[in-house]
Design a protein around this ligand. Structure first.
Ligand code: AKB
Length: 312
């Protein structure tokens, strides 16, 4: 019987991962936690600040978790507004979880990395699993350092920690948390509400993206894989699709013919320019069978169909 702790359960990924894990293991097997109360905590819930190691230890002793998904983080754009805070939160929380993994009955840990670990020196097309990594944001630096710590805890202490370098995740059930790829969510909302969108990235800025259902399924598949299949203990590249704001706008126009877009790039443009256009994910495909199911057209249908009723 698994007992699963989700940290950051109220966030964009946490909301949907919690629901999927409850579906799979049963409501009571999954304890959702967040720094503040969640509106619709449909099962066990606890307040948790992941920087508080004592509170983590307290929860571990009452629930005896076997798996942890540590999703709380300050993302790329938000992190640049307060770099010291982003570093502190992202690193201290990860170190607390890794230490718990070392000293407790926790059998498996998931921690998300990001395409933000790459930088201007990285090959941009089909970015390889192993390549130059020179992140320019504090978020990217914290994710790269975190990857090294995950591998370290696996090698030194046999902590079974697994990770994915997520591209931009696209979903509608919960708001994204201040990333550079968030335009690709807001464009749907503004398009449906107002018929137009002002993009903070320029029209030909290509970034790797993924629909949330693929991300949730991929994450659970990685966590369910036999340990000997997981050869990469830093973090896996995971690809699905790659598009620019103008390509996404053209796709949205198929549903909203009057939709218009204009471009006013801000500080997030420089972040996007330092990231890959597309990702090579052969390692994930070959080692544990990753395969995306959503392309741009399927993603657009899912977003419009899902978001429309919520905006009525
Ligand atoms: C962000 O834009 O910061 C995130 C990410 C790619 O990790 N969505």
């Amino acid at each position: 019987m698994e007992k699963i702790l989700i940290i950051g359960a109220g966030g964009q990924l946490g909301t949907e991962l919690t629901a999927a894990l409850r579906e799979k293991h049963g409501k009571d097997a999954v304890v959702a936690t967040d720094i503040r109360e969640i509106q619709s905590a449909d099962g066990p819930f606890e307040i948790l600040d992941a920087m508080d190691a004592d509170r983590l230890a307290e929860l571990q002793s009452s629930y005896q978790f076997t798996q942890i998904y540590h999703l709380a983080a300050i993302l790329s754009a938000k992190g640049e507004n307060n770099p010291q805070w982003a570093w502190k939160l992202n690193m201290e929380s990860l170190m607390n979880i890794l230490e718990l993994g070392k000293n407790s009955g926790v059998k498996r840990i998931f921690w998300p990395s990001s395409i933000a670990v790459f930088g201007p020196g990285t090959p941009r097309q089909q970015t390889p699993q192993h390549t130059i990594m020179d992140p320019t944001t504090v978020y990217g630096i914290s994710k790269l350092a975190g990857e090294r710590w995950c591998e370290y805890y696996f090698n030194k202490y046999n902590v079974d920690v697994r990770s994915i370098r997520y591209p931009g995740l696209i979903s509608y059930k919960a708001d994204p948390g201040g990333g550079t790829t968030d335009y690709a969510i807001d464009i749907f909302k503004q398009g449906l509400l107002h018929g137009s969108y002002t993009s903070f990235l320029s029209e030909n800025t290509y970034l790797p993206m993924m629909y949330i259902d693929d991300a949730v399924r991929g994450t659970i598949e990685l966590m369910d894989s036999a340990p000997d299949k997981i050869k990469t203990r830093s973090s896996y590249n995971l690809g699905a699709m790659s598009f620019s704001p103008s390509e996404l706008a053209a796709e949205i126009k198929k549903y909203l013919p009057g939709f218009s877009i204009n471009y006013e790039p801000d500080f997030r443009q420089a972040i996007a320019d330092s990231w890959p256009d597309s990702i090579n994910d052969d390692a994930a495909r070959n080692e544990w069978g990753w395969k995306p199911q959503y392309d741009l057209s399927k993603l657009t249908t899912a977003m419009i169909d899902g978001m429309k009723p919520l905006l009525k």
